[in-house]
Design a protein around this ligand. Structure first.
Ligand code: BES
Ligand code: MN
Ligand code: ZN
Length: 494
């Protein structure tokens, strides 16, 4: 879908398939009022007859108003205007999008007439664009019959002031967020027989094609053996698919500026290995590469927005399978850091691939390192599917990420990484075990990673609860791409 900005129009004369206008519980906004006047009260009479309450996300289609050229008017509820937040705006944009029928190819939207309590006018434009593209997402590659295409163009009528530069910048930012997010969803939704480590490596090469500022390097298992990545290899060795460490190096910033490094967990399927998982819902373990997918999505968004930053995205891609070559519970391996790990449970594999990737990235002399991983079921128990778990010994990095989460409506909640938990990882035979027992599982997983990230400022995002939805709406969410892009963008402004 393409977006355009217009300063102002006479709504009654617009020739388009559908006009989208908002309504709060206190009534219609300017354009709605103008259409009502043009139609001699027909619009308000219809709204009244339909008993439309203007609840957030409620929609009403009104056809063939007198003296109005456009045949379909969609009224979208925005609730109490005093309580309208960025989150409700996102929700109502999604409802509007879902209520459009496929005959609507050209749309004029007047939703930016809403004033949103916690968003400024240009943020409202970004929000509308992002939410619309997010809601029009379909994953139909493997369906013989595709649903009809969604609207082609949406013209946002935004007023004189925003139709200039700041508005179009906001529009492009909304598009960059959605492009990154939807790319992450595509990768997450792919079946694991297609999306394996080599497929992800190919995706990185495809992203870099024709991009002067992006270079890609892929390490295979031989390379990792040379580097002493015993923990990563302990996971990948059980699979027929070769494990890959994929590095995407983007140099959009000043030469010599230390990069932000993002490390994504890319387990393209997690059977649990020899500590095999139960059969129920095991299909959802194709989503165990959503950390990696988010890192790809962020890179896609960076390229779309041409962010002037240095960013290194690293993907630790492997498949966790049981086989004659697989790691056994009680095997001891030596990590790239030199520390030894007794692998007590082969299902705690994410931390094993990540710890070596986190040691490897020291060579980039990072300003900040953030890893993103569907790391623990315990995090889902603790936080549910609303917020991602945020773990960081650094208050300032944690606060920056909390703020970016608010800004992007892709929220995180801080959890502790206190030393007091470290003893739970003690092993009688090696420097540490790879599990910390039944209590505080998300925290002990973070504490494990903390042992490998002492040389730089680090945060860990556990997205086990937020990366995908189950049940009827099963599918990857693309989180936390908006959070990370918003965080990176905040570093540009500095
Ligand atoms: N990928 C899983 C975590 C997970 C489980 C995410 C369910 C979302 C839903 C991870 O590799 C795993 O299996 N973790 C174990 C760790 C345990 C063995 C210490 C877990 O959470 O059960
Ligand atoms: Mn696992
Ligand atoms: Zn896993």
């Amino acid at each position: 879908m393409d977006f355009a900005l217009l300063p102002a129009v006479n709504a009654a004369l617009v020739s388009a398939d559908t006009l989208i206008i908002p309504m709060t519980t206190s009534g219609l906004t300017n354009t709605g009022t103008a259409l009502d006047t043009a139609s001699h009260g027909q619009l308000s009479a219809t709204i009244k007859a339909a008993n439309f309450e203007a609840k957030v996300g409620q929609t009403l289609l009104v056809y063939q108003l007198n003296n109005v050229s456009c045949p379909v008017i969609m009224v979208v509820g925005a609730g109490d205007s005093k309580e309208l937040t960025g989150r409700s705006l996102q929700k109502l944009c999604a409802s509007a999008c879902k209520a459009l029928n496929n005959k609507s190819q050209t749309i004029y939207s007047f939703l930016s007439e809403l004033s949103v309590t916690d968003r400024n006018n240009s943020q409202v434009i970004s929000d509308i664009v992002r939410a619309t593209l997010e809601a029009s997402y379909r994953f139909e590659q493997f369906k013989s019959k595709k649903t009809d295409a969604t609207a082609k163009t949406m013209t946002l009528v935004v007023g004189q002031e925003l139709a200039n530069n700041s508005g179009s910048h906001a529009l492009q930012w909304g598009e960059a967020l959605a492009t990154g997010l939807n790319f992450a969803r595509d990768l997450g939704n792919l079946p694991p027989n297609v999306c394996h480590p080599s497929y992800l490596a190919d995706q990185a090469a495809a992203l870099a094609k024709g991009q002067r500022k992006l270079s890609v390097e892929v390490l295979g298992e031989k390379d990792m053996e040379k580097l002493g990545m015993g923990a990563f290899l302990a996971v990948s060795k059980g699979s027929e698919q070769e494990g890959k460490l994929i590095v995407m190096n983007y140099t959009g910033g000043k030469k010599g500026d230390k990069p932000v490094v993002l490390v994504g967990k890319g387990i393209t399927f997690d059977t649990g290995g020899i500590s095999i998982k139960p059969a129920a819902a095991m299909d959802e373990m194709k989503f165990d590469m959503c950390g990696a997918a988010s890192v790809f999505g962020v890179m896609k968004g960076i390229l779309a927005a041409k962010l002037p930053l240095n960013v290194v995205c690293v993907v630790a891609a492997a498949e966790n399978m049981p086989s004659g070559k697989a790691t056994r519970p009680s095997d001891i391996v030596t990590t790239m850091s030199g520390q030894t790990v007794e692998i007590l449970n082969t299902d705690a594999e994410g931390r094993l691939v990540l710890c070596d990737a986190l040691t490897y990235v020291k060579k980039y002399d990072p300003a900040i390192v953030i890893d993103i991983a569907t790391l623990t079921g315990a995090c889902v128990v603790a936080l549910g599917k609303v917020v991602s778990g945020l773990f960081s010994p650094s208050d300032s990095l944690a606060n920056d990420l909390l703020q970016a989460g608010q800004q992007s409506n892709d929220r995180v909640w801080r959890m502790p990484v206190l030393d007091d938990y470290q003893e739970l990882l003690d092993s009688p035979f090696a420097d540490m075990g790879n599990i910390g027992g039944p209590n505080g599982g998300a925290i002990t997983a973070a504490c494990f990673l903390a042992r490998f990230t002492k040389d730089y400022t680090w945060a860990h995002l556990d997205i086990a609860g937020t990366a995908w939805l189950s049940g009827a709406q099963k599918g990857a969410t693309g989180r936390p791409v908006p959070l990370l892009l918003e965080y990176l963008n905040s570093r540009v402004a500095r």
